[in-house]
Each structure stands twice: as C-alpha cells, then as structure tokens.
Design a protein around this ligand. Structure first.
Ligand SMILES: Cc1ncc(COP(=O)(O)O)c(C=O)c1O
Length: 382
C-alpha cells in the first residue's frame, strides 16, 4: 500500500515557487504576486486594539456578521439583495477556492479552468477528486477565451467553469459584452460559475466587470484582502453568492476546513473598509504608472511584445529568443539579476511568454528592464 495519498502524490510545487527558491537576495524580483505596500496603518492599529480588547476567540463559522454585512453592502451596486447570509469569511482566496471546489466537485466530474492559469486551480480540482479541463486564453485574443474553445471542451460531466478577470498571470479584463457571452455559455450548460475576482479593485482606465449582479444564481465569487488591502500575509478573504442554498453548503464546508476565520483580523478588515476605503485605488494609481513604464520598456525591446494590461499587476509579454523556451529564458534572466516567472509555469499555452509582477519601485523597474534588455540582446545576438 502507498504510504501517501494519491492526491498528494499527484500534485507538484508550482513553477513560480521553484524560480523564487532559486533566486538569491541580490536580484530584482518580478517573481511573486504580492503588493510591495503594507496594509493600511489604521487596519494594523485596529488589529492590535482588537487583540487587546479580547477578540482572540473563535468567531461563528461564516465570520463576524458586521463584517459580512459590510462586504455585502460594498457589493450592493451589483447584488442589492445580498446580506450577511450571502458572505462567508475565509482564511484567504486560496482557502475560498478550495472550499468552492470541495463543495461542487464529485469524483468523475470536471471543471473548466483558464490557461494560462493561477497555478492553484488545477491541483485544487484534483484534490477535490475532479478533472481539470483547460480552456486557452491566448495572446491573439487579448487573453479572453473564445466561446468555440469552451464549447469544444464542455461535456455532461462538466459541473463548473472558473473565470478569473482581472487575470493572473495575464492582467486581462473583460468588457461587459465579453462577460455576457461567457455568462451565456455557462447558463446554456447549467454550469456553476466560480468567479475569482481578487483583483477587482486593481483596474486601470476601466470599470471592473463582475460576474455578480447578472441574475444567474449558480454564481460563487471568491475574493481576498491580500491584494485589495495589501494583506497577503494576513490570510483573509471571502466567498459570496446571491444563492442562499449554495452559501449554506459553503459555510458547512468552511467549518471543516478552518472552523472560522481569524477573530481580530476581521475587525481590522472592518476598519479598513471604514477608514481606508480608497486605499486600493491609491495603490492602483501607483501600479498604473509602473505598468506604463514596464510595458513601454518591454515593447521597445526586440523580440518582445505585450498587451497593455487593464488590471492586476502582471504583464505577460511574448518573448522570442530562437531555440529557448520560457524556463531556459527565465533562468538566463535570473543569472542576469532579474527574477521573472516562465510562462510555462502557468500552463502549456503560457509557453513563449514571461510573467513580470510590477510590484517593485519604478527605479527597480527601470534597472530591471535594463538588465532584461542586455540579456535579451546577448541571447538574440541583436
Ligand atoms: C488569481 C488569484 N486568485 C487567488 C489568489 C489567492 O490569494 P490569497 O490566497 O493570498 O488570498 C491569488 C494570489 O496570488 C491570485 O492571483
């Protein structure tokens, strides 16, 4: 008999982590996707205060009603009927994703996932006992899937489709028309929509287009305060849905995953909502300047082309160096002092690309791009 479960033996560390582990301290890091900002000071103070006031206990499984109500209100422009019962606090977006898959997926069923992808989706589906089927989001189509590609994958075992806009790793966003087409596809096949909108407050030049508020009841949104309030290390997020029955199943599952979220931290997030409500937009303003800088630098390099992303803080350029794949290229860049992620770490259709997270200062972006340019020139012989 095997000593370990088939499920753990079937999953591997992600390619992003592997590159990160290879890097020394002296590189300019465009590797991991976390804001280089600290959480709002009012939230840190509120957490401290909450702990001193005795909020160091279990909360109800779904979390503090006052915070859940606040979150529901923040989404009332999309779903005016939602209240605290439609929100379940989790210990991160990562936790929220796993909960959704464990709640919806049976062995033998499958889930449609984007590719290039956030690397947790596939293993999560596998852990839940299902099969991951990947739909391509290609450069040629601004990283938005075509309905034909979705139709060619869906079958009678498909239970859900995951959408992720703004996207990690591509930064792609949707127009309302594109969202409606993707929604119609899900409706036509009666699929659950799991919509990962953790970058909903980090958008540039456009309004975020959500899958909430469409009237389709089989929709679960996952969200997180990791990016919104730069709280990656705090591990707090939520699942919400207008579907009360789905929420009661989600909340039941959450109990068996973490029992509840973190007591004091929920008070801190509540304070962030009340007293730092424009924090994400202020961060996004800085990210936008960085995006402009990194995209103009990349697009001026021979063999490199990138779309200008309208959301998240990643750029996913096509980089052509004859005879080299993205993994080899990322290793060469690392030797040249720059940490990036190979496109292949986000699935086969990411091959030929690199991901740069522009979560470093503008000075470091300029310095890092100088290094990328000189490595590429050397490799391409330009
Ligand atoms: C698309 C996407 N979803 C979910 C997450 C999970 O975020 P967290 O677990 O920090 O809330 C991330 C983190 O990078 C992400 O990029």
């Amino acid at each position: 008999m095997d000593e370990y479960s088939e499920r753990v033996l079937a999953i591997q560390p992600t390619g992003v982590r592997k590159m990160f582990d290879m890097a020394g301290d002296d590189v300019i890091s465009f590797g991991l996707g976390e804001p280089d900002f600290q959480p709002p000071k009012v939230a840190i103070d509120a957490m401290h205060q909450a702990m001193l006031s005795g909020h160091n206990k279990y909360t109800t499984t779904a979390g503090l009603p006052v915070l859940r109500q606040k979150i529901a209100e923040s989404l009332s422009h999309l779903e005016p009927e939602m209240g605290e019962e439609n929100v379940c606090m989790t210990m991160s977006g990562t936790n929220a994703l796993l909960n959704c898959f464990l709640t919806l997926v049976n062995p033998g069923s499958n889930v449609l996932l984007p590719e290039p992808y956030f690397p947790l989706y596939g293993p999560d589906v596998l852990i839940a006992g299902g099969e991951a089927k990947y739909y391509p989001c290609l450069f040629e189509n601004e990283f938005v899937p075509t309905i034909e590609s979705l139709e060619s994958l869906v079958d009678d075992k498909t239970v859900a489709i995951l959408y992720n806009f703004p996207s990690n790793p591509t930064g792609a966003t949707l127009t309302a028309e594109q969202r409606d087409d993707l929604l119609d596809f899900a409706k036509r096949h009666q699929l659950w929509i799991i919509t990962d909108e953790v970058y909903d407050r980090i958008v540039y030049d456009v309004e975020h287009v959500s899958f909430l508020g469409t009237g389709y009841n089989r929709t679960l949104m996952i969200n997180s305060f990791s990016k919104t309030f730069a709280m990656t290390g705090w591990r707090i997020g939520y699942i919400c849905s207008p579907n009360n029955e789905a929420m009661s199943q989600i909340i039941k599952m959450q109990y068996y995953i973490t029992a509840c979220s973190n007591d004091a931290m929920q008070y801190a997030v509540l304070t962030a909502f009340d007293e730092a409500s424009t924090y994400p937009e202020e961060m996004a303003k800085e990210f936008q300047s960085r995006r402009d800088l990194i995209c103009s630098r990349l697009n001026s390099m021979p063999g490199v082309s990138c779309h200008i992303p309208k959301g998240a803080f990643y750029v996913f350029p096509k980089v052509e160096v004859p005879g080299m794949n993205s993994q080899e290229l990322a290793i060469e860049l690392l030797k040249g002092g720059v940490l990036s992620s190979p496109g292949s770490a986000f699935g086969e259709s990411g091959e030929g690309h690199l991901r740069f997270a522009y979560t470093v200062s503008r000075e470091d972006i300029s310095l890092g791009m100088d290094k990328v340019e000189s490595v590429l020139k050397r490799l391409r012989g330009d």
